[in-house]
Design a protein around this ligand. Structure first.
Ligand code: ZN
Length: 349
């Protein structure tokens, strides 16, 4: 089969690989749709260290090609979504409610990290019964593929932010994850949703997904503006969806005493992320910092699919480009270098 791989640091290409084989609890999926993620580019540039001939990608849907002898819920031919994070469900961290951290910190993240990813004609899924979900007939692959990471991560940002019904929330950065955090904040009943971004197309999408106020951080100080919008005290909840030191600091400074900062940004650079001391109430302002890696698992995927089935959210507004698998190198370049107003490139197989 063909696979699109990270040859070495900074280098990508196609190569031939054998179709993977399923162990007793595993499944092999024939890929039908995939999405490129900014974190795929981070990976190629060394965020998780060097890798050789590692198949990229972690967001995909497909058709079950083969299952192991112990798999009970799936058969060849089933349409499935697979979470970007595929935890080991028997691990103590999973049993404690932190399945994304199974095995080791971030250990639930296997695709394009500790094993080959999904940018291939076929890919392997561990613990298939617990890590895949059936796609309802009324949900197309083009829509369902957003469950794998974008919906799961963005909504986790909103869930972890403990947004009070009618409360105030600021979402820093409106890339695809931030946009889904905005959509999640609306679904969670936020009273005032403030979205921070400087790119007009993203501002427009933020409004579509539920933002009431847009703060353009290229034209005004985001923290000052958010404080002004909230009577000088800050928001109940702030969501960091970029992964930058300054954005993280702003999220803390824009949150009221007793509020929650929810980080879903991928902090891939630098040795430290800083906390602004006085805005943190010299350590005593009872501001909670939450962090998360995309939740995986069949139950999570089924619930996200239910939101799509009931049309609570339409993630396809983020699909700015569509490419066939053989054009993946072009698509990857567009995503890596943020060309042509890209938000999410969809790959068809
Ligand atoms: Zn992703």
């Amino acid at each position: 089969m063909r696979a699109f791989v990270m040859k070495s640091l900074g280098a990508v290409d196609f190569m031939e690989k054998p179709i993977p084989v399923a162990g007793p609890n595993d499944a092999i999926i024939k890929t039908t749709r995939a999405l490129i993620c900014t974190s795929d580019a981070h990976t190629v540039h060394g965020a998780i260290g060097p890798r050789e001939n590692l198949t990229l990608g972690h967001e995909a849907v497909g058709i079950v090609h083969a299952v192991g002898s112990e798999v009970k819920r799936f058969r060849p031919g089933d349409r499935v979504v697979v979470g970007a994070i595929t935890p080991d469900w028997g691990d103590p961290a999973s049993q404690a409610g932190h399945s994304s951290q199974s095995g080791q910190p971030l250990g639930g993240w296997k695709f394009s990290n500790s094993k080959d990813g999904v940018f291939a004609e076929y890919f392997h899924v561990n613990e298939a019964d617990a890590n895949m979900a059936h796609i309802p007939d009324t949900v197309s692959d083009d829509v369902a593929v957003y469950c794998a990471d974008m919906l799961s991560t963005g909504f986790a940002g909103a869930e972890n932010a403990h947004i009070p019904l009618g409360g105030t929330v600021a979402i820093f950065a409106q890339g695809p994850v931030g946009l889904m955090a905005t959509a999640g904040a609306k679904l969670r009943g936020a009273g005032l949703i403030i979205a921070v971004d400087s790119i007009p197309a993203r501002q427009e999408l933020a409004r579509f997904y539920g933002a009431d106020v847009i703060v353009d951080n290229s034209k005004e100080d985001a923290v000052e503006k958010i404080l002004a919008l909230t009577g000088g005290i800050g928001v109940d909840s702030a969501i960091e969806a970029l992964g930058a030191d300054i954005t993280f600091q702003n999220a803390i400074a824009a949150t009221k005493a007793g509020g929650t900062i929810s980080n879903i940004g991928y902090h891939g650079q630098g040795d430290f992320v800083h906390i602004p001391r006085t805005a943190w109430g010299v350590g005593m302002a009872e501001k909670t910092i939450m962090t998360a890696l995309c939740p995986g698992g069949s139950l999570r995927m089924e619930r996200l699919l239910k939101l799509l089935e009931m049309k609570r959210v339409d993630p396809t507004k983020m699909t700015t480009h569509t490419f066939s698998f053989d054009k993946l190198a072009t698509a990857f370049d567009i995503m890596e270098n943020k060309k042509d107003g890209v938000i999410k490139p969809l790959i068809t197989f």
